[in-house]
Design a protein around this ligand. Structure first.
Ligand code: HEM
Ligand code: HEM
Length: 182
């Protein structure tokens, strides 16, 4: 009598990778929401200053989660997708994930750079403290801020595409792409 094959356990991203992914998602929502909402608040008001400062620290939290995440990802690799996708799909998703990882590092660094050359530092919400600037070059600060804002806008679309692709895989139900991240 032949024994039935033992079902293989579902291979998912490691617990720490999944946790880092979903924390990043939550922080990204708040990072964008804080900076998009500041325009509705009165210029110079405490509320406006607070949401902008929250934006800084939410973005810094994204960076602090992403750096060890990338190190672990390079060590651990990714769990296999079943059934295995074709070469074109692998290339597209690889490029997308690489772009997202680069964004998660470069975007906060640009944000930090704008503040470190602004002369006003990185203020801590609800306190009078700030990480001091290293110089006060307003033109440079504004230039970096412009790039930071444009990258932020472009990544609305990139992140939207990423989410749409993940949901498409999930709703179609023909592979385990999404299950590996849950
Ligand atoms: C993943 C992290 C981040 C994302 C997605 C992000 C996104 C954005 C976006 C979309 C804007 C433009 C808003 C607009 O034009 O109305 C912006 C503005 C800005 N961000 Fe970030 N940001 C991040 C991290 C940071 C960090 C870590 C800092 C500083 C420590 C920072 C400092 C700034 C500043 C100073 C502005 C200009 C605010 C103003 O117009 O008064 N950002 N950010
Ligand atoms: C509803 C929101 C989201 C869903 C449903 C989602 C879903 C997924 C899924 C299923 C994967 C695994 C893809 C694969 O291995 O082929 C993944 C990977 C990834 N996601 Fe998301 N995601 C969301 C939001 C975000 C956000 C906001 C970011 C960052 C801006 C992000 C960054 C990444 C990165 C960098 C990877 C690659 C992970 C790795 O290779 O270690 N995701 N996402």
């Amino acid at each position: 009598m032949t024994t039935p094959p033992t079902p293989q356990p579902l291979q998912r991203y490691s617990r720490s990778q999944r946790r880092a992914h979903w924390w990043t998602f939550g922080l990204m929502v708040l990072t964008y929401a804080s900076i998009e909402s500041h325009g509705f608040l009165e210029r110079g008001s405490f509320a406006r200053l607070t949401v902008v400062q929250l934006h800084y620290w939410l973005g810094i939290a994204v960076l602090l989660i992403t750096l060890p995440r990338i190190a672990r990802r390079l060590r651990e690799g990714a769990p296999p997708i079943e059934p295995a996708p074709g070469a074109a799909a692998r290339l597209a998703s690889g490029a997308m994930h690489l772009a997202l990882f680069i964004f998660l590092v470069v975007q906060p660094l640009l944000g930090i750079a704008t503040r470190l050359v602004s002369g006003r530092g990185i203020g801590v919400p609800f306190t009078d403290w700030a990480i001091p600037s290293i110089t006060a070059d307003r033109a440079l600060s504004k230039a970096i801020e412009g790039v930071h804002g444009q990258i932020g806008t472009v990544f609305y679309a990139v992140i939207g595409l990423h989410i749409a692709a993940a949901l498409w895989h999930w709703l179609r139900g023909r592979d385990n792409v999404m299950q590996r991240m849950l």
